[in-house]
Structures are given as C-alpha cells and as structure tokens.
Design a protein around this ligand. Structure first.
Ligand code: AHR
Length: 545
C-alpha cells in the first residue's frame, strides 16, 4: 500500500510496541517483519486475535438508547404531526419514523428533556384542551403541549421501547413529580388513576427509568452537589412507582445527575454523590449516575457539520476519543464507593455538537450528519461496550432533527442519517456478551494529530455467534485485517460496511443512500479471517460456523 514516508514511519513506530500487546505468535512474526524487513508493509495489515471462549460483561442493549427532547423539530414534525395531518400517522405519530425506529430496536427513549425537563409541568400535557406555553430554553417558541404523557407512551408502544422519564427538579416540586408517577403507574382507583383512565389509558404505564433532574449543576438550577444531593434524596424517597408489575421485578431504576465533562468541578460532583450513595440509608436509593459529554471541541460549537475537510475530520475524532478517558475516570471514582458496580454509569447525552446550519433557528440545534458522525458513533459505542460492566445505558443526543440525529424529517419527507445506519448495523451487539480482542491499532496521522488507525470490538450473541465491528479511522487508506479466531470454528465471514466518497458525505432527501451500508465479505482460511476495510468506514461482520 502506498503511504508517505512519514506515515509509514509512524505506523512502524506504533507497531514496534507489538510484543507487549499482541498475543498470537503469528502477529509477533508479522510485527518483527514490519520492523526489520519491510517497514512499508506495516501499514498494510493489522493482525488481531479473538478467543470466543473468553467472555466479558454483557453489552446492555440500553447503551443504544435515544433522547427525544422538546427542542426544535425533535418532537413536533419529527415524531408528532397530529391525527389530522396528511402525513401518514397512527394517532398523530408519523408512521415512517416509527417503522425506521422499529428496525433499529430502540431500547429506551429519554424524554421530555434535557433542559426542557426542568421547566416541564406534566399536567399541561394531559387531557383537553392543552395549555399553550413557551419553550424558553430552545428558541423561545410556542410549546403546544399536544405531545404529552399519553402521546409519549403511545410512541414508545409503537416503536417497542422503554420509558426513561426525566422529572422536573429545577422548577418543579417533589409533590408534582410524585403525582405524575402516581398518575402514570397506579392501578388503584385513586382520583389520579381515574383521570388517567378518563384520558384513555386504564392500565398502569411501565416506567423503566426515572431521571431525577437534568444538568442540575447548570440549566437544571445551577445547584451545588450538596444541594442537589438533598433534592435527590427527597425525590428518591417520595416519588414512587406504583405499577404492580414493577414492585418485585422490573423495578424502576432511579438515575441521579452526574458529571458534565472533565475537571475538578465534575470530580467533586461525582465524589459527593457517590460517597453519599455508599452510606445511603433505606429511605433513598440510586441505580444510575448520569454523565453528559458532547464532542464539541470548544464552546460555543464552532465546527461545521458539513463542508469540512480532513483537518476537521481528524480534530473531531480526536475530541470524541476523550470519552474513553472520561468513562475510565468516572468509573474509577464509582469503583471506590461501589465496588460491586450496583450503580450504572449512564451516558445519557453524547454525540457531535456542531454549529447550527445556516438559515436555521440557532435555538433548534439543527446540523447535518456525515460519515464522520458514523465513525464518531461507532467509536463511542465501542467505548461503552468496552466498559459494559459499568456503562449499562447511554442515550445519543438526539433522536430526530436535533444535534447528531438518526433521522431527519421535513414535512412529509424523511431521510436516515449515517448515524442511523450505525445503530442498525450494531443491533446484533444488543445484549451480546463482550469478547476481548487484542491488536495493535497502528496510527493514522494528519498534520499534528495522531489517532488510532483502527478500532474494533467483538461479542457473542445468545446463539453463540461471534460478531465483530471494525472502524477504519483513516480517511485515505484502506485497512487489511487478519483476525486469528479461537474458541469457535470460523468457516465464513459476512456483514455490512458503511463508508462514503468524502469525509463530509451526507444523506439528503434527494440522495438518501450516499452513506448507507453495503454487503462485505472476506475470506477464512485455517481459522484466520481476512477482510479489507474501506477508508473512513464502519464494518460489522458475523463469523459463521
Ligand atoms: O441536548 C441538548 C441539551 O444539551 C440538553 O437539553 C441539555 O441537557 C444539554 O446541555
């Protein structure tokens, strides 16, 4: 493979570390060959080892969760068009969006925010007529409240996902939240139960996840960790889930606000909450600690979502890989106070956050979604999978029409983004068991930025089939890979790969398949799987026995 002298030198330097990290004898021979015989060949092949008999934690399907906030066209137009719309819908919810979301097996949806959640008053979103209010966080526009509790739960039922309800701590009260939960979950004939029945839903709703506040250190009320903790304890004590089916089994999991980045403030916040958890009494509890981390490089967001070159491609990927250190750092703090890992780290807001598209309302956070975002999504999902013992839930921001959206709509039109396709390709990893792999990633260098050339994960599904994902970060060079497979009989390999002509290639309404998965196959010989990965690509394959 042709590569510049500088680049091949970098690959060889990285590969010289191989004896420390590679397990297989074949890989070692290959590495020595790179260093002493043919330095240029180092860029050509990446040798990996996977042993399917050695397994790790379960990759909780909830790491593929979504986030739908009352923000811009995330809910209105994106999900809700109303029953009288000419856009095909079921009880006001768009059919095209539901079909697309069913195909990626969305495990849970976080709603109604975000910052919006701490100004949301649930009573305005039930019954008729609905109160018309404002959305001061996001463009100051009218909030018609036509999409409320019943519509959200109907949407979840249509797509087959669980509810992750974020409750108002900033401007609400524990009583308001407690009544909302009673309204949604009680089976007993209370006044609130009768009101729910009158509004069309006699059966109690299932609320799987319950977020107490959002970014309470900032838009959620600028609280100190101590003040938030006091609030959290009160909400945890009094806001109860009464659903009879959720008492012994399938209990609602309570999620506390956690860190929102790197630095002493967030370390302090995490320490305070986790230390209190370690000593918590019977009267309050916690099942998850949230973490928010966007790929933004600097505030306000200054990177374009389309019309960029390789420099911005490399800078954004470098920034997104910081997720690795953050997850490790907060996992380590949690380990100190919760060695048994009872509390999950819930990365319930993550994704690329770029400058708003020209002409759009800046409060609507509208951006394009390119093949760079597909690579970014795969890198983050792989980080979560590698920390599957602690990261048991994550929610990309956001589901439709906002930030790193999976789906973009415009009136009757809908297009699936490169990020959507990554989620579709990763479906086999939902609830699969992590399988460790070893490899030397090599290096992709652009200007002064050096990144791993390749990322990869492996997992075993419930039928015992081994799945592998490979992300080739290098936008210029394909990657030849050879996987030494042990612990299963590899007979053939097949799967899908996603790439595009340019680093900023996008899908549009006119050209919706520019960045869409295509079949890929490789060869298997003597337990060795060989594949060629396209530049800037995301690939998922199954090892067929
Ligand atoms: O996702 C957009 C916003 O980002 C959310 O409302 C908020 O929680 C975060 O700051």
């Amino acid at each position: 493979m042709a590569s510049s002298p500088d680049k091949s030198g970098m690959f060889c330097k990285a590969t010289a570390l191989v004896p420390r990290v590679l397990l297989s004898a074949t890989a070692l021979i290959f590495a020595l060959c790179c260093v002493f015989v043919s330095p240029g060949a180092c860029a050509d092949k990446i040798v990996m080892s996977v042993d399917a008999s050695k397994t790790g934690a379960k990759i909780n399907r909830n790491i593929f969760g979504q986030f739908a906030e009352h923000l811009g066209h995330g809910i209105y137009d994106g999900i809700w068009v109303g029953p009288d719309s000419s856009i095909p819908n079921t009880r006001g919810i768009r059919n095209d969006v539901v079909a697309a979301l069913k195909a990626i097996k969305v495990p849970n949806v976080r709603w109604p925010g975000g910052c919006f959640a701490d100004e949301y008053h649930w009573r305005k979103g039930i019954g008729t007529p609905r109160a018309v209010t404002l959305n001061p966080n996001w463009g100051g526009v009218i909030e018609p409240n036509t999409f409320g509790t019943h519509e959200f739960m109907d949407f979840l039922e249509q797509i087959g996902a669980e509810a992750y309800v974020s409750v108002n701590v900033g401007s609400g009260t524990p009583q308001e939240a407690a009544e909302w939960l009673e309204y949604m979950t009680t089976a007993q004939p209370t006044t609130l139960e009768k009101e729910r029945t009158a509004n069309g839903h006699p059966a109690p709703y299932k609320i799987a996840f319950f977020g107490i506040g959002n970014e309470s250190w900032d838009c959620g009320g600028n609280m100190t960790p101590e003040y938030y903790l006091d609030q959290y304890k009160v909400y945890s004590r009094f806001v109860r889930n009464f659903n009879p089916a959720q008492q012994d089994k399938q209990q609602m999991l309570k999620i506390a606000v956690g860190p929102g980045g790197d630095g002493p403030r967030w370390t302090d916040w995490t320490e305070t909450i986790m230390k209190a958890y370690q000593q918590h009494s019977w009267s309050w509890d916690m099942d998850g600690l949230s973490m928010h981390n966007y790929t933004v490089v600097k505030w306000p967001p200054a990177y374009a979502s389309v019309g960029f070159g390789e420099t911005e491609y490399a800078q954004i990927l470098k920034s997104t890989l910081e997720m690795q250190d953050l997850v490790s750092k907060y996992s380590a703090i949690m380990d100190k106070y919760d060695a048994q890992k009872k509390v999950a780290l819930v990365v319930d807001e993550w994704g690329g956050w770029y400058t708003p598209l020209p002409g759009s309302n800046p409060g609507f956070l509208v951006q394009q979604n390119s093949v760079r975002d597909a690579v970014l999504a795969a890198l983050n999902l792989n980080i979560f999978a590698r920390h599957a013992d602690r990261v048991r839930m994550a929610n990309i921001a956001q589901m439709i029409n906002v930030l790193q959206a999976l789906i973009v709509t415009d009136k009757q039109k809908m297009v699936l983004t490169p990020t959507y396709y990554v989620y579709k390709m990763y479906v086999p990893f939902q609830d699969a068991t992590f399988v460790p792999i070893s490899f030397d990633a090599g290096t992709y260098t652009h200007e002064n930025i050096s990144l791993p050339r390749l990322d990869a994960i492996a997992a075993k599904d419930s039928s015992g089939k081994v799945w592998m994902e490979f992300t080739n970060l290098d936008p210029n060079q394909p990657a030849e890979i050879e996987v030494n497979v042990a612990g299963t009989t590899a007979k053939s390999v097949k799967g899908e790969t996603l790439t595009a002509p340019k680093v900023d290639s996008i899908n549009t309404f006119e050209a919706p398949e520019t960045v869409a998965p295509k079949p890929i196959s490789g060869t298997v010989q003597g337990g060795k799987v060989s594949l060629k990965l396209e530049p800037k690509s995301v690939t998922v394959v199954s090892i067929e026995q």
